[in-house]
Design a protein around this ligand. Structure first.
Ligand code: CP
Length: 332
């Protein structure tokens, strides 16, 4: 996985301090964690912390985005990210419009850019975009005036997933700096892996990626993490283990990535026997959706070390924070 550049011409380095020395958020887009500083990531996490309380109120709404329109553009399938952004926008009093490529004029040959420009013409302030093509949100960000939030682009980045994962680690373990995290499985196709590697390292954690050689590109080392093909050797060393979904839908060509599902589960699946050899408080994560019995057993996914549903809960606050911050920057 060679390092690629998806810079957005308009996301130039922001001014980080206002007249009073306070941190000022000036990014109108969120395209990836690679473009953020440690301080900017922490600012999003801290803003999310303040939005968590909204979901505990009897009336779960604040007027922060009243009058704004959030366009949810999902060119790829989603459950968690789409619904979480939709609810986040609703909690902030924004109007939402939803586009999914199935049933749209994409089937008649309309391009992604024409689709976005036409929806922008309806008065959208913020686009949340998931696309199968790596870099698609970055290209769109150069062509439209609205804010762009990347909800997952190909195998490149899934920044809000990375943020909610880091938020959950900080919440459960009290810190990120100095921790060791293993990201296990289908690294080759994983935008979640990339955003986690980038974000965790920026906040001072050590990252090791683990999986069969067919699913761990050697070039991933260029991102600063280490590589292992031996899960049993790595597990006792780590504080966090993030079990990635095997993304069968992205497998291309005739060559199978591993001999059989059974063999993959035996070598790289997280089960109760393996968990016993881990640190007592190891945090077990999974971005979802889960292939139960393949990358993780039900016993572990639903057990006391798992924070999988907490990740989903935290995703709401993180996405509220992101929508709020990009909207504030767009008004400046
Ligand atoms: N984690 C995640 O992105 O899930 P969805 O594909 O359901 O949005």
């Amino acid at each position: 996985m060679a390092k690629r550049e998806f810079s957005s011409a308009r996301s130039s380095a922001p001014v980080e301090a206002g007249e009073d020395g306070q941190f000022v958020w000036t990014r109108k887009d969120l395209l990836g964690l690679d473009e953020l500083s440690e301080r900017q990531i922490v600012h999003i996490l801290d803003t999310a912390e303040s939005f968590k309380e909204v979901s505990t109120r009897s009336i779960k709404k604040v007027p922060a985005l009243r009058g704004k329109v959030v366009g949810l553009l999902f060119f790829e399938d989603s459950t968690r990210t789409r619904m979480s952004f939709e609810l986040a926008a609703s909690r902030m009093s924004a109007d939402t419009i939803l586009f999914t490529s199935k049933g749209s004029s994409v089937a008649k040959g309309e391009t992604t850019l024409d689709t976005v420009r036409n929806i922008e013409a309806m008065g959208v302030d913020i686009f949340v975009i998931r696309h199968g093509q790596s870099g698609a949100p970055h290209v769109i960000a150069r062509k439209v005036k609205s804010s762009i939030v990347n909800a997952g682009d190909g195998s490149h980045e899934h920044p809000t997933q990375g943020l909610l994962d880091i938020f959950t680690i900080r919440q459960r373990l009290g810190r990120v700096k100095g921790l060791k995290a293993a990201i296990v499985g289908d690294i080759a196709h994983s935008r979640v892996a990339r955003s986690n590697i980038i974000g965790l390292q920026k906040l001072g954690a050590e990252v090791v990626v683990v999986g069969p050689p067919t699913l761990v590109p050697p070039a991933i080392k260029e991102m600063g993490c280490s590589i292992s093909h031996d899960l049993d050797e790595i597990l006792p060393q780590v504080d966090v283990v993030n079990m990635l979904r095997i993304q069968f839908e992205r497998f291309t060509g005739a060559g199978a990535a591993f001999p059989s599902m059974r063999e993959y589960a035996n070598m790289y699946g997280l089960n109760a026997a393996r968990l016993k050899r881990c640190k007592k408080n190891i945090l077990v994560m999974h971005p979802g959706p889960i292939n139960r019995g393949l990358e993780i057993t039900t016993e572990v996914a639903d057990g006391p070390n798992s924070c999988i549903l907490q990740q989903v809960t935290n995703g709401l606050a993180v996405r509220m924070a992101v929508l709020y911050l990009v909207s504030q920057a767009a008004e400046k």
